[in-house]
Design a protein around this ligand. Structure first.
Ligand SMILES: O=C[C@H](O)COP(=O)(O)O
Length: 319
């Protein structure tokens, strides 16, 4: 059973503009709060390896490049199966660690499924005209169905940014509801592309609409916007998740994605999750990190933790 089966899906609600129309995010305050987080709780050194291993199990190990091939995807899946060297895991008393998922384009789903046969690692597919979403809705829905036919377990959809920028909340809600329906039993993560939403207030409002329309996760970015995941944007989205949980009782997951590359990033985001939502949100059913290169730095830091020295680059697989 996959992690996401272990909890109730978010069924969504009717559209409730009154839950978000009054929101006006104080941007300097959000930036100050985000900036103070890593400093406020520096993690004890002896616990850092455990936090980094937790980050690994939450990574959606991603390749979303124009030159992706089934061979590259197979290599990515080999890393997802065994993200950290077995001897290092043994030294830390851990076994069976995998990443949270792999995340690929729809035409790479079949290769990923094949490479992950015999594991519980889900395959996530981006869909709905990723990354811009500028395609007719029927084609975007057909892309979801194609990815599911190929075997995808999870679908990362992109929202229409223009609907947010014009404040067309009802149209945005209808679009995401249609995508949720097309996803059927597959977990749906809604990418807000926050770097293109202009204001944190728009981020907060779009987060609410995405959750009301039944998203299982809200995700910051495609990795292709000029600005991707940031701590202030994440803070605003986490507060929306908290508000939605308080109003409905449903826990929606969070996926920062794009530009998370260092072990320090992995620690900072976990501190943010813990402080804003509590430890329940540190497991892969409610937290994923979308990243293509983060694992390499985590491996380096784990290796250093276990051996006391940094391994030569060639000893660590590229990820
Ligand atoms: O969803 C994941 C992102 O596309 C990965 O972005 P990244 O290559 O900056 O890690």
């Amino acid at each position: 059973m996959k992690d996401h089966d272990a909890r109730r899906r978010n069924p969504g609600t009717a559209l409730h503009p009154e839950w978000f129309e009054g929101i006006a995010v104080n941007t300097p305050a959000a930036e100050r709060r985000a900036a103070s987080l890593p400093a406020r709780r520096s993690l004890k050194r002896e616990w850092q390896a455990a936090w980094l291993l937790n980050a690994v199990r939450c990574i959606d190990l991603t390749t979303l490049s124009g030159d992706d091939t089934s061979d590259r995807v197979a290599r990515l899946c080999a890393k997802a199966r065994q993200p950290i060297a077995p001897e290092h895991l043994q030294a830390l008393g851990v076994s069976g660690l995998t990443t949270g998922a792999v995340c690929v384009y729809p035409t790479m789903v079949a290769a990923a499924k094949q490479a992950l046969t015999g594991t519980n690692v889900p395959v996530a597919s981006v869909a709905t005209g990723f990354p811009a979403g500028l395609m007719p809705l029927d084609l975007r829905l057909a892309e979801i169905r194609y990815a599911l036919d190929q075997g995808a377990d999870e679908i990362d959809i992109v929202i229409s940014r223009a609907l947010v920028l014009r404040g067309e909340w009802s149209a945005l809600y209808d679009e995401i509801c249609a995508m949720r329906e097309a996803c059927g039993g597959a977990l749906m993560k809604s990418i807000l592309a926050t770097g293109e939403l202009k204001t944190l207030t728009n981020v907060a409002r779009a987060s609410h609409v995405a959750m009301q329309a039944g998203s299982d996760f809200i995700k910051t970015s495609t990795g292709k916007e000029p600005v991707n995941a940031t701590l202030p944007v994440s803070l605003v989205m986490l507060r929306a998740i908290r508000d939605y949980r308080d109003r409905t009782g449903f826990a929606v997951g969070f996926k920062p994605a794009g530009g998370l590359r260092t072990a320090k990033d992995a620690l900072n985001w976990q501190v943010l999750m813990t402080e804003e939502l509590g430890r329940d949100w540190l497991a892969p059913d409610l937290f994923r990190i979308g990243a293509s290169s983060l694992l390499a730095d985590i491996e380096r830091q784990i290796s250093h933790h276990v051996t006391g020295r940094y391994a030569a680059g060639h000893r660590l697989a590229a990820g």
